[in-house]
Ligand binder design. Structure first.
Ligand SMILES: [Zn+2]
Length: 186
């Protein structure tokens, strides 16, 4: 079982990321963050001190999170946007056969001037990706199930992380209950 990570909030209470508990402790010790929620009565011991185990921390200074970072397309986020479903045959990861896997497909292939932007990439199983090859969707009659769009970064960032009920509360606080429900339904 993986250790529960700590939710880090910006000074504005905007949830930014999950950090390992050790890193959260370091930020608190260095005076860069404060503990907002502890993990029950659990205590972290070191040679010199004992501290409650941070579950949610808040940075003391506002950190600007660059938009470019937020928009980066990684396969983790791409697959989450597409509900882990091949956008050509509609199969999800669990439907795939042995040796098949989910991949990133470029609607306009890179070799034909396509880019890595959200609007040009879709989740495809390896078989569909191979079948499509370097053709355009029109040329091979393989339109994607949903036209690819750039998702709100919040949906991606938090869709792929497991949050505890306490941590979820801070997502709801900042983004509202609707966003949290959308995330939990993914
Ligand atoms: Zn497929």
């Amino acid at each position: 079982m993986t250790a529960v990570r700590c939710l880090a909030l910006n000074a504005s209470f905007e949830p930014i990321t999950m950090v390992p508990v050790r890193r959260a402790l370091r930020l608190v010790i260095d005076g860069k963050a404060e503990i907002v929620e502890t993990e029950g009565d659990r205590v972290v011991h070191s040679e010199r001190f004992a501290m409650p185990r941070p579950h949610v921390i808040r940075l003391n200074k506002y950190v600007h999170v660059p938009r470019r970072f937020r928009r980066q397309v990684t396969n983790t986020f791409l697959f989450a946007r597409d509900d882990y479903r091949c956008q050509f045959c509609g199969r999800t990861g669990v439907d795939l056969r042995h040796r098949e896997c989910l991949t990133r497909d470029h609607l306009v292939p890179i070799s034909r001037g396509g880019t890595n932007e959200w609007t040009n990439v879709v989740t495809a199983c390896s078989t569909c990706n191979t079948r499509k090859g370097i053709r355009l969707p029109d040329e091979c009659r393989m339109p994607p199930l949903r036209p690819p769009v750039e998702p709100h970064f919040v949906h991606l960032t938090w869709a792929v992380r497991r949050l505890t009920p306490v941590q979820s509360r801070y997502i709801r606080l900042f983004y509202g209950a609707d966003t949290l429900e959308t995330l939990q339904a993914l």
